[in-house]
Design a protein around this ligand. Sequence first.
Ligand code: AMP
Length: 226
Amino acid sequence: MVPGARLIVLGKQGAGKGTQCVRLSRHYVIPHVATGDMLRAAVKKGTPVGREAQRYMDAGELVPDEVLMKLVGDRLDQDDTKERGFVLDGFPRTVRQADLLDELLEPDGVDVVLNLVVATQIVLRRLASRRVCVDCGANYSTTARPRIDWICDICGGEVVQREDDTEAAIKRRLDLYEKQTAPLIARYRKAGTLVAVRGDGPADAVTDRLVRAVDERRQPRAGART
Ligand code: AMP
């Protein structure tokens, strides 16, 4: 396995992006850059970005591009992402964000855009039962609970239902996904970087499919030993 990769993972809310991105991040030894987690951390800390973002997030709306670009731009400008790459989770969400990301990454761009495909019915069921750690963002569900009460196995934080995992907010986010994020798939398909991967079945099987898709497409990073 050659470490380092520049990956984007697309997929509806509840498609398993978070879980699979953590696994890809470990496999390729690359930072997991999850805009939802970064925004939730900013809200929790009460930073200016957090205060600006909160009302959009609570309503299940997209946070304005300027806020996102600052957040992502700063993160991708750090040494670890510059040297080893990244797996982007939850970003880009719109064609405009994808255009701005291309500018930010010039001249290299990304290696592979993975589209994690899961039926809406399955996604709705997963989102209704999803629970997350308020501190580290680890994912659980009503059927895969932490070992002790609702205390995170990893960091001891409180495990709760996300405020935007209510039925109304879920519906709003899935509608938004169709309208704004689905055109991204067409964009990356046209660019030749998109690979569709089935996201159903056991998590290990999905990870294997993703890794295979990445390894078939990826160019070894400059300076990396093969
Ligand atoms: P997520 O955890 O990816 O579902 O993101 C939670 C919320 O954060 C979304 O519903 C949006 O309000 C906001 N958010 C995360 N990523 C983005 C993005 N790329 N563009 C705009 N808003 C975002």
